[in-house]
Design a protein around this ligand. Structure first.
Ligand SMILES: Nc1ncnc2c1ncn2[C@@H]1O[C@H](COP(=O)(O)OP(=O)(O)OP(=O)(O)O)[C@@H](O)[C@H]1O
Ligand SMILES: [Mg+2]
Length: 336
Protein backbone atom coordinates (compact mmCIF):
# COMPACT_ATOMS: atom_id res chain seq x y z
CA UNK A 1 0.00 0.00 0.00
CA UNK A 2 1.38 3.43 -0.96
CA UNK A 3 0.55 5.99 1.68
CA UNK A 4 0.13 9.65 0.88
CA UNK A 5 -0.91 10.55 4.43
CA UNK A 6 1.81 9.57 6.91
CA UNK A 7 0.81 6.33 8.55
CA UNK A 8 0.95 6.36 12.39
CA UNK A 9 3.87 3.90 12.20
CA UNK A 10 5.79 6.29 9.92
CA UNK A 11 4.95 9.26 12.13
CA UNK A 12 6.28 7.36 15.14
CA UNK A 13 9.45 6.32 13.27
CA UNK A 14 10.00 9.98 12.24
CA UNK A 15 10.04 10.94 15.90
CA UNK A 16 12.58 8.22 16.66
CA UNK A 17 14.83 8.97 13.65
CA UNK A 18 14.03 12.49 12.41
CA UNK A 19 17.20 12.84 10.37
CA UNK A 20 17.05 9.57 8.39
CA UNK A 21 15.33 9.21 5.00
CA UNK A 22 11.80 8.09 5.73
CA UNK A 23 10.19 4.78 4.71
CA UNK A 24 7.48 5.11 2.06
CA UNK A 25 5.54 1.87 2.20
CA UNK A 26 3.62 0.36 5.09
CA UNK A 27 2.63 -3.28 4.97
CA UNK A 28 0.25 -4.43 7.71
CA UNK A 29 1.41 -7.81 9.05
CA UNK A 30 -0.95 -8.20 11.97
CA UNK A 31 -3.74 -5.97 13.25
CA UNK A 32 -5.32 -6.82 16.58
CA UNK A 33 -6.71 -4.61 19.29
CA UNK A 34 -3.84 -5.44 21.62
CA UNK A 35 -1.06 -5.24 19.03
CA UNK A 36 -0.38 -4.04 15.51
CA UNK A 37 2.68 -5.04 13.53
CA UNK A 38 3.86 -3.37 10.30
CA UNK A 39 6.71 -3.72 7.85
CA UNK A 40 8.04 -0.27 6.88
CA UNK A 41 9.83 -0.24 3.51
CA UNK A 42 12.16 2.23 1.91
CA UNK A 43 11.86 2.70 -1.86
CA UNK A 44 13.98 0.58 -4.20
CA UNK A 45 16.14 -1.83 -2.24
CA UNK A 46 16.41 0.57 0.68
CA UNK A 47 15.43 -2.23 3.04
CA UNK A 48 12.71 -2.58 5.65
CA UNK A 49 12.17 -2.61 9.39
CA UNK A 50 9.42 -3.91 11.68
CA UNK A 51 7.23 -1.48 13.65
CA UNK A 52 5.21 -3.00 16.48
CA UNK A 53 2.61 -1.11 18.54
CA UNK A 54 1.66 -2.91 21.69
CA UNK A 55 0.68 -2.34 25.32
CA UNK A 56 3.39 -0.29 27.02
CA UNK A 57 4.34 -2.74 29.83
CA UNK A 58 4.95 -5.57 27.33
CA UNK A 59 6.72 -3.24 24.92
CA UNK A 60 9.09 -2.15 27.69
CA UNK A 61 9.97 -5.80 28.44
CA UNK A 62 10.48 -6.52 24.72
CA UNK A 63 12.53 -3.34 24.21
CA UNK A 64 14.74 -4.10 27.23
CA UNK A 65 15.35 -7.61 25.94
CA UNK A 66 16.44 -6.48 22.46
CA UNK A 67 18.33 -3.38 23.57
CA UNK A 68 20.18 -4.59 26.64
CA UNK A 69 19.70 -8.27 27.49
CA UNK A 70 20.17 -10.28 24.28
CA UNK A 71 23.29 -8.32 23.20
CA UNK A 72 24.94 -9.58 26.40
CA UNK A 73 24.57 -13.17 25.13
CA UNK A 74 26.18 -12.30 21.81
CA UNK A 75 23.82 -14.32 19.58
CA UNK A 76 21.99 -13.52 16.33
CA UNK A 77 18.95 -11.48 17.37
CA UNK A 78 16.89 -8.74 15.74
CA UNK A 79 18.75 -5.42 15.91
CA UNK A 80 17.00 -2.84 18.08
CA UNK A 81 16.20 0.46 16.33
CA UNK A 82 14.03 2.43 18.73
CA UNK A 83 11.12 2.86 21.13
CA UNK A 84 8.44 5.55 21.45
CA UNK A 85 5.54 5.99 23.87
CA UNK A 86 2.35 6.40 21.84
CA UNK A 87 1.08 9.78 23.02
CA UNK A 88 -2.21 9.21 21.17
CA UNK A 89 -3.09 6.14 23.27
CA UNK A 90 -5.44 6.12 26.26
CA UNK A 91 -3.41 7.06 29.40
CA UNK A 92 -5.39 4.40 31.29
CA UNK A 93 -4.20 1.75 28.81
CA UNK A 94 -1.02 3.14 27.28
CA UNK A 95 0.62 1.74 24.16
CA UNK A 96 4.14 2.16 22.77
CA UNK A 97 6.04 1.61 19.53
CA UNK A 98 9.01 -0.67 19.07
CA UNK A 99 11.23 -0.67 15.98
CA UNK A 100 13.38 -3.70 15.21
CA UNK A 101 15.18 -5.44 12.39
CA UNK A 102 13.04 -7.26 9.85
CA UNK A 103 14.02 -10.95 9.94
CA UNK A 104 11.89 -11.79 6.90
CA UNK A 105 8.78 -13.97 6.66
CA UNK A 106 10.09 -17.49 7.34
CA UNK A 107 8.83 -19.22 10.44
CA UNK A 108 10.39 -22.06 12.40
CA UNK A 109 9.33 -25.56 11.36
CA UNK A 110 9.64 -27.89 14.38
CA UNK A 111 9.44 -30.90 12.04
CA UNK A 112 12.83 -29.97 10.53
CA UNK A 113 15.64 -31.65 12.48
CA UNK A 114 18.30 -29.11 11.41
CA UNK A 115 16.12 -26.23 12.59
CA UNK A 116 15.39 -28.03 15.86
CA UNK A 117 19.07 -28.36 16.65
CA UNK A 118 19.77 -24.73 15.70
CA UNK A 119 17.02 -23.60 18.04
CA UNK A 120 18.30 -25.82 20.87
CA UNK A 121 21.79 -24.35 20.42
CA UNK A 122 20.47 -20.78 20.25
CA UNK A 123 18.39 -21.19 23.41
CA UNK A 124 21.20 -23.14 25.07
CA UNK A 125 23.77 -20.42 24.39
CA UNK A 126 21.49 -17.62 25.57
CA UNK A 127 20.25 -19.45 28.62
CA UNK A 128 23.74 -20.60 29.59
CA UNK A 129 24.88 -16.95 29.41
CA UNK A 130 22.30 -15.90 32.02
CA UNK A 131 22.54 -18.82 34.47
CA UNK A 132 25.01 -16.97 36.70
CA UNK A 133 23.25 -14.48 39.02
CA UNK A 134 25.91 -11.88 38.11
CA UNK A 135 24.80 -11.97 34.48
CA UNK A 136 21.22 -11.20 35.49
CA UNK A 137 22.16 -8.33 37.78
CA UNK A 138 21.72 -4.93 36.16
CA UNK A 139 19.01 -6.12 33.77
CA UNK A 140 15.49 -5.24 34.86
CA UNK A 141 13.09 -7.93 33.73
CA UNK A 142 10.09 -9.50 35.51
CA UNK A 143 10.44 -12.75 37.43
CA UNK A 144 8.53 -15.72 35.98
CA UNK A 145 8.74 -17.95 39.07
CA UNK A 146 6.37 -20.52 40.58
CA UNK A 147 4.39 -17.79 42.38
CA UNK A 148 3.86 -15.96 39.06
CA UNK A 149 2.29 -19.06 37.49
CA UNK A 150 0.37 -19.93 40.64
CA UNK A 151 -1.48 -16.60 40.38
CA UNK A 152 -2.65 -17.62 36.90
CA UNK A 153 -3.57 -21.09 38.15
CA UNK A 154 -5.74 -19.65 40.94
CA UNK A 155 -7.33 -17.16 38.58
CA UNK A 156 -8.27 -19.88 36.09
CA UNK A 157 -9.67 -22.16 38.81
CA UNK A 158 -11.77 -19.30 40.24
CA UNK A 159 -12.91 -17.68 37.04
CA UNK A 160 -13.68 -20.56 34.67
CA UNK A 161 -16.66 -21.98 36.65
CA UNK A 162 -18.01 -18.45 37.15
CA UNK A 163 -17.74 -17.82 33.42
CA UNK A 164 -19.58 -21.06 32.56
CA UNK A 165 -22.40 -20.15 34.95
CA UNK A 166 -22.63 -16.56 33.71
CA UNK A 167 -22.72 -17.52 30.01
CA UNK A 168 -24.96 -20.59 30.55
CA UNK A 169 -22.98 -22.58 27.99
CA UNK A 170 -24.70 -25.63 26.52
CA UNK A 171 -23.73 -28.76 24.58
CA UNK A 172 -20.20 -30.09 25.11
CA UNK A 173 -18.72 -26.81 26.39
CA UNK A 174 -19.72 -27.17 30.09
CA UNK A 175 -18.10 -30.63 30.08
CA UNK A 176 -14.91 -29.17 28.60
CA UNK A 177 -14.83 -26.34 31.17
CA UNK A 178 -15.32 -28.85 33.98
CA UNK A 179 -12.54 -31.09 32.65
CA UNK A 180 -10.14 -28.13 32.46
CA UNK A 181 -10.97 -27.03 36.01
CA UNK A 182 -10.43 -30.59 37.29
CA UNK A 183 -7.03 -30.76 35.58
CA UNK A 184 -6.06 -27.40 37.03
CA UNK A 185 -7.15 -28.51 40.51
CA UNK A 186 -5.07 -31.68 40.21
CA UNK A 187 -2.11 -29.50 39.25
CA UNK A 188 -2.72 -27.32 42.29
CA UNK A 189 -2.45 -30.42 44.47
CA UNK A 190 1.03 -31.06 43.05
CA UNK A 191 2.12 -27.45 43.25
CA UNK A 192 4.76 -28.15 45.91
CA UNK A 193 6.65 -30.12 43.21
CA UNK A 194 6.59 -27.11 40.92
CA UNK A 195 7.88 -24.90 43.74
CA UNK A 196 10.65 -27.42 44.52
CA UNK A 197 11.66 -27.56 40.86
CA UNK A 198 12.02 -23.79 40.64
CA UNK A 199 13.98 -23.83 43.91
CA UNK A 200 16.30 -26.56 42.64
CA UNK A 201 17.35 -25.10 39.29
CA UNK A 202 19.07 -21.80 38.46
CA UNK A 203 16.95 -19.12 36.79
CA UNK A 204 17.75 -17.74 33.39
CA UNK A 205 16.38 -15.51 30.65
CA UNK A 206 13.16 -17.03 29.31
CA UNK A 207 11.05 -16.00 26.34
CA UNK A 208 7.83 -17.23 27.94
CA UNK A 209 5.80 -17.69 24.72
CA UNK A 210 8.35 -19.52 22.60
CA UNK A 211 5.88 -21.09 20.17
CA UNK A 212 6.89 -21.87 16.55
CA UNK A 213 4.89 -18.82 15.38
CA UNK A 214 7.23 -16.65 17.47
CA UNK A 215 10.45 -18.10 16.04
CA UNK A 216 11.83 -16.98 12.68
CA UNK A 217 14.41 -18.45 10.34
CA UNK A 218 16.74 -15.77 8.99
CA UNK A 219 17.23 -15.97 5.21
CA UNK A 220 20.77 -16.83 4.16
CA UNK A 221 23.15 -19.79 4.20
CA UNK A 222 23.43 -19.89 8.01
CA UNK A 223 19.64 -20.10 8.36
CA UNK A 224 19.78 -18.93 11.97
CA UNK A 225 16.73 -19.75 14.05
CA UNK A 226 15.79 -16.74 16.19
CA UNK A 227 12.88 -16.23 18.61
CA UNK A 228 11.00 -12.90 18.24
CA UNK A 229 8.11 -11.38 20.24
CA UNK A 230 9.83 -11.04 23.65
CA UNK A 231 7.01 -9.20 25.47
CA UNK A 232 6.54 -12.09 27.92
CA UNK A 233 10.25 -12.44 28.70
CA UNK A 234 11.69 -12.57 32.19
CA UNK A 235 13.81 -14.62 34.58
CA UNK A 236 12.42 -18.13 34.65
CA UNK A 237 12.85 -21.86 34.25
CA UNK A 238 15.61 -23.18 31.94
CA UNK A 239 14.27 -25.63 29.35
CA UNK A 240 10.76 -24.13 29.44
CA UNK A 241 11.12 -22.30 26.11
CA UNK A 242 12.44 -25.44 24.45
CA UNK A 243 9.26 -27.19 25.66
CA UNK A 244 6.98 -24.53 24.17
CA UNK A 245 8.84 -24.62 20.84
CA UNK A 246 7.21 -27.99 20.08
CA UNK A 247 3.66 -26.64 20.25
CA UNK A 248 1.99 -26.35 16.88
CA UNK A 249 -1.39 -25.36 18.27
CA UNK A 250 -4.39 -27.00 16.71
CA UNK A 251 -2.22 -29.49 14.82
CA UNK A 252 -0.39 -32.65 15.86
CA UNK A 253 0.07 -31.66 19.42
CA UNK A 254 3.53 -32.22 20.74
CA UNK A 255 6.60 -32.53 18.56
CA UNK A 256 10.16 -33.19 19.59
CA UNK A 257 12.93 -30.85 20.63
CA UNK A 258 16.70 -31.36 20.77
CA UNK A 259 16.96 -31.91 24.52
CA UNK A 260 20.46 -33.35 24.22
CA UNK A 261 21.89 -30.37 22.35
CA UNK A 262 20.32 -27.94 24.76
CA UNK A 263 21.76 -29.88 27.71
CA UNK A 264 25.21 -29.87 26.04
CA UNK A 265 25.09 -26.09 25.76
CA UNK A 266 24.24 -25.71 29.44
CA UNK A 267 26.61 -28.30 30.90
CA UNK A 268 29.73 -26.09 30.98
CA UNK A 269 27.97 -23.73 33.41
CA UNK A 270 25.55 -26.25 34.95
CA UNK A 271 27.20 -29.69 35.07
CA UNK A 272 24.13 -31.51 36.52
CA UNK A 273 22.08 -30.59 33.46
CA UNK A 274 21.35 -33.59 31.23
CA UNK A 275 18.82 -34.47 28.52
CA UNK A 276 16.47 -36.22 30.99
CA UNK A 277 16.31 -33.14 33.23
CA UNK A 278 15.80 -30.85 30.22
CA UNK A 279 12.93 -33.06 29.03
CA UNK A 280 11.25 -32.70 32.46
CA UNK A 281 11.77 -28.93 32.50
CA UNK A 282 10.43 -28.69 28.94
CA UNK A 283 7.25 -30.55 29.89
CA UNK A 284 6.83 -28.25 32.88
CA UNK A 285 7.41 -25.27 30.56
CA UNK A 286 4.49 -26.38 28.38
CA UNK A 287 2.32 -26.97 31.42
CA UNK A 288 3.02 -23.52 32.88
CA UNK A 289 2.41 -21.91 29.49
CA UNK A 290 -0.99 -23.62 29.23
CA UNK A 291 -2.08 -22.36 32.68
CA UNK A 292 -1.16 -18.81 31.75
CA UNK A 293 -2.92 -18.75 28.37
CA UNK A 294 -6.06 -20.36 29.82
CA UNK A 295 -6.21 -17.78 32.65
CA UNK A 296 -5.49 -14.92 30.26
CA UNK A 297 -8.23 -16.03 27.87
CA UNK A 298 -11.05 -15.99 30.42
CA UNK A 299 -11.79 -12.21 30.27
CA UNK A 300 -12.12 -12.44 26.45
CA UNK A 301 -14.32 -15.54 26.79
CA UNK A 302 -16.98 -13.29 28.33
CA UNK A 303 -17.54 -11.76 24.87
CA UNK A 304 -16.48 -14.51 22.44
CA UNK A 305 -19.06 -16.77 20.80
CA UNK A 306 -19.51 -20.16 22.51
CA UNK A 307 -18.02 -21.80 19.39
CA UNK A 308 -14.87 -19.68 19.67
CA UNK A 309 -14.55 -20.32 23.41
CA UNK A 310 -14.81 -24.05 22.74
CA UNK A 311 -12.27 -23.92 19.92
CA UNK A 312 -9.65 -22.00 21.93
CA UNK A 313 -10.24 -23.86 25.19
CA UNK A 314 -9.98 -27.27 23.54
CA UNK A 315 -6.62 -26.34 21.97
CA UNK A 316 -5.22 -25.12 25.32
CA UNK A 317 -6.79 -27.99 27.22
CA UNK A 318 -5.06 -30.54 24.99
CA UNK A 319 -1.70 -28.92 25.81
CA UNK A 320 -2.63 -29.03 29.50
CA UNK A 321 -3.76 -32.67 29.30
CA UNK A 322 -0.74 -33.91 27.33
CA UNK A 323 1.67 -32.04 29.60
CA UNK A 324 -0.02 -33.48 32.71
CA UNK A 325 0.22 -36.96 31.22
CA UNK A 326 3.92 -36.45 30.43
CA UNK A 327 4.95 -34.80 33.66
CA UNK A 328 5.44 -37.85 35.98
CA UNK A 329 5.51 -35.96 39.27
CA UNK A 330 7.49 -38.72 41.00
CA UNK A 331 10.52 -37.67 38.91
CA UNK A 332 10.23 -34.19 40.35
CA UNK A 333 10.75 -35.34 43.95
CA UNK A 334 13.99 -33.83 45.23
CA UNK A 335 14.54 -32.00 41.96
CA UNK A 336 17.85 -30.25 41.53
N1 LIG B 1 11.51 -8.87 13.63
C1 LIG B 1 10.60 -9.40 12.83
N2 LIG B 1 10.94 -9.85 11.60
C2 LIG B 1 10.02 -10.39 10.77
N3 LIG B 1 8.72 -10.51 11.07
C3 LIG B 1 8.32 -10.08 12.27
C4 LIG B 1 9.23 -9.51 13.22
N4 LIG B 1 8.53 -9.17 14.31
C5 LIG B 1 7.25 -9.53 14.07
N5 LIG B 1 7.11 -10.07 12.85
C6 LIG B 1 5.88 -10.60 12.23
O1 LIG B 1 4.73 -10.06 12.86
C7 LIG B 1 3.97 -11.09 13.51
C8 LIG B 1 3.44 -10.57 14.82
O2 LIG B 1 4.53 -10.13 15.62
P1 LIG B 1 4.63 -10.53 17.15
O3 LIG B 1 4.61 -11.99 17.28
O4 LIG B 1 5.79 -9.80 17.70
O5 LIG B 1 3.29 -9.86 17.67
P2 LIG B 1 2.21 -10.33 18.76
O6 LIG B 1 1.04 -9.45 18.63
O7 LIG B 1 2.88 -10.35 20.05
O8 LIG B 1 1.83 -11.76 18.25
P3 LIG B 1 1.14 -13.02 18.91
O9 LIG B 1 0.46 -12.66 20.14
O10 LIG B 1 0.25 -13.50 17.81
O11 LIG B 1 2.28 -13.97 19.11
C9 LIG B 1 4.96 -12.24 13.67
O12 LIG B 1 4.33 -13.49 13.75
C10 LIG B 1 5.79 -12.10 12.41
O13 LIG B 1 5.11 -12.67 11.32
MG1 LIG C 1 3.84 -13.41 18.23
Amino acid sequence: MLDTEPHPAIQAWREVEPRRAQPRLVEAIQHRRRSQVYRLRWPGDGGSIIAKRCRRPMTIVEQTTYRAVLPFADVRAPAYYGYLDDATSDPADPFAWLFIEDLGPHRYAPGDAAQRSRLARWLGEVQAAFLAPDARRGHTLPVRDAAYYQRYLRRAIDELPALAAERSFSGSLPVLVKAVVLMLQSLQEQWDKVVATFAGVPMTLVHGDCLPKNIHVVPGPAGEVVPIDWGNAGWGLPGSDLGQSTLLLGRTLIGEASYEEYANALQPVWPECDAALVRRLATLGRLLWSIKVIAMSVPGFRYDSAAKVEQILSIYSSVLLTSLQDVHWAEFEGQG
